[in-house]
Design a protein around this ligand. Structure first.
Ligand code: ARG
Ligand code: ZN
Length: 849
């Protein structure tokens, strides 16, 4: 879709819909290039609307006929929709349009993936299916008829009948068009049932192509656990007799919560021990839970407009994080969530794409399905819960569910529920939704005569369009340790509301060591002058697993920064601290695996930039390599034992305990491999009966350039399995070093299995290139050029995925003048490409500004 005139839409311009819809009847006559969609829609004027214009969205549709109350009309049609004269009373609209699913490579609206019909309507894809008021505050009851030869034809809600090639579906729950879904193809189901707490029997199906039927069991178990968890924790029950999930190979995102018919990227649902890593299993469990939880937070209660996207996404991410914590352990889950938050959201919040969790304007809403809306949105819920306490939190949620069931809501509606149940004023708290940027939290401390004072100052740097920031409400969880590592003050939550504020603890016997921001109680950057000795102390003694881990991370960052800046050799305090972590078998293996991982190269680049220096990715690469080698040497005596101790007996199981042991074993292997020239990795590769170990061994070998045989064998073994081959593509690019990365990525695009129209495969190559920090930023600029070439090519077919991938350039201002020139040129070349989409135009313009 080419659209030459991108136009911004503003939250402040919101008006209610002119017409409301009671009923929608859709009939699809499926055909790859000439699908007919007949719609009969019962409209009525909205008494609350001032503007009475009848406007329906519609894009890339061929209108065959239109009628109002049975009389043919000729509406006024533009590229984006139509207007018509209508009665000032309820009426039936009927239209027939023609669309071409097989040529729809944008994967939005109705499209085809490997011979199967499927849909993606969020956010604004329904307008590519038929003319409709495609906005989330128009909710209606849908009846759907699907005609075609496909053996399985699905839509939302309950099946009415399926005979003579005609399937009929009815969804009793009013919903916005973005939750509409249709699937048709040659599919089979992995079926199960679930009894809800009030005794309703629900049929559950995961629909897949025949070859994938063996990869559904884990997803089904995860679904049932999610259903139980939502009943137990939030009191939310499922509300239909049927819940369908479908796996689709070509999908722009992870998955979609369409009412009663969730559609998943096959990478987000299909799992087997042989083909999926522990990380895949955990991600699948989380996404299944996420989409299921949307049934209440998203579907029963939806968003008034797309500016409110965080209302459903932030809350649902928070809920899936709680779920994973309950399933797998909260400490490790919190650490991995913070790692992602810092790597993606802080990076976004500190660059040209920074935007509030609730944005005030957008050109293309698909560009706002971001780490900020999702992950920072979830952090806001977590802070709210910390501030008001668990009991008040669930009471407020209950009120939200009863007060707003069936409605399309705003952030104000959400917050009001908590104001009403707690009596608190949340006006200042709401700034978290409105002001972009990551707050910096400076800490100073003072001790005298048993009294210890922490003074915090907060400030948030300017972000695009927002120069001034006001102080936020920051929950700061603090505990105090004495010099022997005993906890002398349990965790208490300090509630900071001013720009600067002091908090005093009395009755201490000596200067304590503070443990600040326990559990990462707020999404801020803590600025504190801290010695490496104190960091090592916290890593050794803190009772809070997050601060314990983070102290080690801060130590690691300090070491790497010094290595880059003035070649300081790695601090022995750090090496010794890692050694004690590696030795300490009272610690959870999963925690030890995290603590033994080094900071990422991108993290070091951002840290240097924040400290006023210009990061050199090549120098950072060499520092990271040297540090890993030094750690390997320092740990070498215990590595073989650690590796052996972490062996998991018996058949593979993806549970947290076994996965944690494998994670630590994998860490041990990565270091060991640097010392033994690949002996252990080759052995592991040969013996592996699961993808975690097979891939871990191959990655280790590729890193030391000793894996040619295994690399070829891996491809050969898995060439029929597209999800595994995605991993293989990514590994080729991830482990190509420095100036070899871009040529390797180019080579992969020429591989017979490369298919740019498949988002997973495209991301395997180009996500890996971008994630290879030093390779992408090679001073030749080859990485930038290749990326630009392919973003331009992809944009012609799939603007949404191209726009998302363009964020690889969001950090361009961190770097030296030469790299900046090269990146600016690449971005300008993209921007001037012929017929560039609205999606990529908006992104590149914002990145360049
Ligand atoms: N609502 C989906 C989820 O988070 C994401 C759909 C995003 N789609 C899009 N076109 N941006 O579960
Ligand atoms: Zn979601």
């Amino acid at each position: 879709m080419k659209d030459a005139s991108p136009k911004a839409i503003y939250l402040s311009d919101y008006t209610v819909p002119a017409f409301l819809v009671d009923e929608v009847h859709l009939t699809f006559r499926l055909h790859p290039t000439q699908t007919r969609v007949n719609s009969r829609i019962k409209f009525r004027p909205n008494p609350d609307a001032k503007d009475k214009t009848f406007y329906l969205h519609g894009e890339a549709l061929k209108l065959i006929s239109a009628k109002i109350d049975g009389t043919a009309i000729s509406p006024h049609i533009t590229d984006l929709g139509l207007t018509a004269q209508v009665p000032d009373a309820p009426f039936f609209w009927e239209a027939e349009v023609e669309i071409s699913p097989s040529t729809n490579t944008a994967l939005e609206g109705l499209y085809m993936s490997k011979g199967m019909y499927c849909t993606q309507c969020e956010a604004e894809g329904f307008r590519k299916i038929t003319y409709y008021p495609d906005r989330p505050d128009v909710m209606a009851v849908f009846t759907v008829q699907i005609e075609g030869d496909e053996p399985v034809k699905l839509s939302n809600g309950n099946p009415i009948s399926d005979e003579n090639g005609i399937a009929k579906w009815h969804d009793p729950w009013p919903k916005p068009a973005y939750l509409f879904a249709l699937v048709a193809g040659d599919l089979i189901a992995h079926a199960d049932t679930f009894k809800t707490k009030s005794g309703r029997d629900v049929d559950l199906n995961i629909w897949v192509r025949k070859d994938d039927i063996g990869k559904c069991a884990f997803g089904m178990e995860a679904l049932k656990r999610s259903m139980t968890w939502d009943e137990e924790v939030y009191g939310r029950e499922y509300d239909l007799d049927l819940f369908n999930i479908v796996a689709v190979d070509d999908f722009n995102m992870g998955a979609m919560e369409n009412k009663g018919l969730n559609i998943f990227n096959s990478s987000a649902v299909l799992a087997s021990p042989e083909t999926s890593t522990d990380g895949n299993f955990e991600r699948i469990e989380a996404i299944i839970a996420h989409e299921y939880f949307h049934n209440w937070t998203g579907n029963r209660i939806t968003c008034r407009d797309w500016f409110q996207l965080c209302l459903k996404e932030g809350l649902t991410v928070f809920r899936d994080q709680q779920f994973t914590g309950d399933m797998r352990g909260h400490a490790v889950k919190r650490i991995s969530d913070v790692l992602t938050l810092r790597a993606r959201q802080f990076r976004e919040d500190n660059g040209p794409l920074a935007h509030p969790v609730r944005p005030e304007s957008f050109v293309e809403i698909n560009n706002f399905y971001t780490a900020t809306v999702y992950e920072k949105g979830a952090e806001i819920i977590a802070m709210l819960k910390t501030l008001i306490g668990d009991e008040a939190y669930y009471k407020g949620c209950d009120l939200y569910f009863t007060r707003h069931d069936g409605q399309a809501c705003t952030i104000e509606d959400w917050l009001k529920c908590f104001e009403d149940t707690t009596g608190r004023d949340l006006t200042q708290f709401k700034r978290w939704y409105e002001q972009a940027g990551t707050p910096r939290l400076r800490v100073d401390e003072e001790y005298a005569d048993g009294s210890y004072t922490l003074t915090f100052s907060q400030s948030t740097p300017p972000t695009p369009g927002q120069d001034q920031k006001d102080p936020k409400v920051i929950p700061i969880a603090v505990g105090l340790l004495d010099a022997d590592g005993r906890e002398v003050q349990e965790t208490s939550v300090l509630e900071m509301t001013e720009a600067q504020q002091s908090f005093t603890f009395e009755g201490l016997n000596g200067t304590p060591i503070p443990s600040i921001l326990r559990g990462f109680s707020a999404p801020v950057i803590l600025e504190r002058d801290q010695t490496n000795a104190e960091r090592a102390f916290l890593l050794a003694h803190d009772t809070d697993p997050f601060v314990k881990w983070d102290a080690g991370r801060a130590l690691g960052k300090d070491v790497m920064v010094r290595m880059v800046v003035d070649d300081t050799p790695p601090d022995t305090a750090y090496l010794e601290a890692l050694l004690s972590v590696a030795r300490d078998d009272t610690l959870d293996p999963a925690f030890r695996a995290l603590a033994l991982s080094l900071p990422s190269q991108d993290d070091i680049a951002q840290t240097l930039f924040d400290g006023g220096q210009t990061p050199d990715p090549t120098a950072i690469f060499h520092a990271a390599d040297t540090l890993a080698q030094t750690v390997a040497q320092h740990l070498q005596d215990i590595l073989p034992r650690l590796y052996a101790e972490m062996a998991v007996e018996g058949p593979y199981s993806p549970d947290a305990e076994a996965a944690g042991k494998r994670a630590l074993q994998g860490r041990a292997l990565a270091y060991l491999n640097r010392m033994d020239g690949g002996t252990q990795a080759k052995q592991q590769y040969a013996q592996a009966d699961n993808m975690t170990q097979q891939m871990g061994a191959l990655a280790a070998l590729l890193w030391i350039e000793k894996g040619d045989t295994q690399n070829a064998a891996f491809y050969d073994q898995w060439k029929q399995d597209r999800l595994v081959i995605d991993k293989w593509f990514a590994m080729q690019v991830s482990f190509a070093k420095l100036d070899q990365a871009a040529p390797k990525a180019a080579e992969m695009t020429a591989h017979p299995d490369f298919d740019m129209t498949n988002p997973n495969r495209f991301r395997s190559v180009f996500g890996a290139l971008a994630g290879n920090t030093a390779g992408f930023h090679d001073p030749s600029g080859a990485g930038y050029d290749l990326m630009a070439d392919w973003l331009i090519k992809l944009d012609e077919k799939n603007p949404q995925t191209a726009a998302r991938m363009s964020t690889v350039f969001e950090t361009w201002k961190r770097y030296d003048a030469d790299r900046q020139d090269l990146m600016r040129a690449a971005l300008q070349r993209i921007r001037s490409a012929d017929g560039l989409s609205r999606d990529v135009t908006e992104m590149v313009t914002r990145i360049l500004s």
